[in-house]
Design a protein around this ligand. Structure first.
Ligand code: URA
Ligand code: SF4
Length: 197
C-alpha cells in the first residue's frame, strides 16, 4: 500500500470526529489495490465489516465478489471503500452530518489513487458524491463531473433478495470493466451524463 494511503488508513482507525466512533467496534478504512483503475464506493460498514475492520466482507460483499469474478476481476485487483467508515447503529443510513464529517477520507483516498473511474454503489453513495437520487433509473450509466468519471450501479445489498438485481449488478460491472479495458486500446470512456460543478 502506498505510504500516503497507509496514513489515511491510520487516521480512519483512530478517528473520533463523529458520534459513530462511540458505537463502532472497528473503523473500516478502504482496502485493495492503490494502483487500481477503479474505486468502488459503498454506503457504510455493516455488522460483519464492523467486526472485521474490512469493507464488504458480509453477504453484500459476497455479491460484489461474485459480480467482479464474473467480469474476470479479483477483489484484490481493485480498491473498495465506503462513504462513511464506521457502522451506523442498526445499519441505518448515515446522516448528512456523518457523511459530511467523513467525506475528507474518501476525498483523500481518491486524490491518492487517482482512479480512471469511480464506481458508485447505490443511492447513499450516489447522493453523497454527486447529489443524485433514484439510482435504479441511472444505473449502468457514466457521469463526468470536474473531469472525473463515475459509473453508477445498484448497491450489492439490494441484490440479496432480488434475483433480477444481481443480474443487473453483474451486467453493470461487466460493462464497467469492458470500458476500462477499452481505455488500453486508446478509447475514451463514453459520457452518458455531464454534471456541472
Ligand atoms: N454495505 C456497504 O455499503 N459497505 C460495506 O462495506 C458493507 C455493506
Ligand atoms: Fe471518523 Fe468517519 Fe468514523 Fe465518523 S464515521 S468517526 S468521521 S471515520
Amino acid at each position: 500500500m502506498s505510504q500516503e494511503l497507509e496514513k489515511v488508513k491510520q487516521n480512519v482507525i483512530k478517528c473520533t470526529k463523529c458520534d459513530l466512533c462511540k458505537t463502532r467496534i472497528n473503523s473500516v478504512p478502504g482496502k485493495g489495490n492503490f494502483q487500481s483503475d477503479v474505486v468502488f464506493v459503498g454506503e457504510a460498514p455493516g455488522r460483519n465489516e464492523d467486526r472485521n475492520g474490512e469493507p464488504f466482507v458480509g453477504v453484500a460483499g459476497k455479491k460484489l465478489s461474485i459480480a467482479l469474478e464474473e467480469a474476470g476481476i479479483s477483489r484484490d485487483d481493485v480498491y473498495i471503500t465506503n462513504v462513511v467508515k464506521c457502522r451506523p447503529p442498526n445499519n441505518r443510513v448515515p446522516s448528512t452530518v456523518e457523511r459530511n464529517t467523513c467525506q475528507e477520507y474518501l476525498k483523500q483516498e481518491i486524490l491518492i489513487i487517482k482512479p480512471k473511474i469511480i464506481c458508485i454503489l447505490g443511492n447513499t453513495a450516489f447522493n453523497s458524491i454527486l447529489g443524485g437520487s433514484e439510482i435504479t433509473k441511472f444505473r449502468g450509466k457514466t457521469v463526468r463531473k470536474d473531469n472525473q468519471f463515475y459509473f453508477l450501479t445498484v448497491h450489492p445489498a439490494a441484490t440479496i433478495y432480488n434475483q433480477e438485481l444481481i443480474e443487473v449488478l453483474k451486467k453493470d460491472i461487466a460493462k464497467l470493466f469492458d470500458m476500462i479495458r477499452e481505455l488500453k486500446n486508446g478509447k475514451t470512456i463514453p459520457v452518458d451524463i455531464e454534471y456541472s460543478s
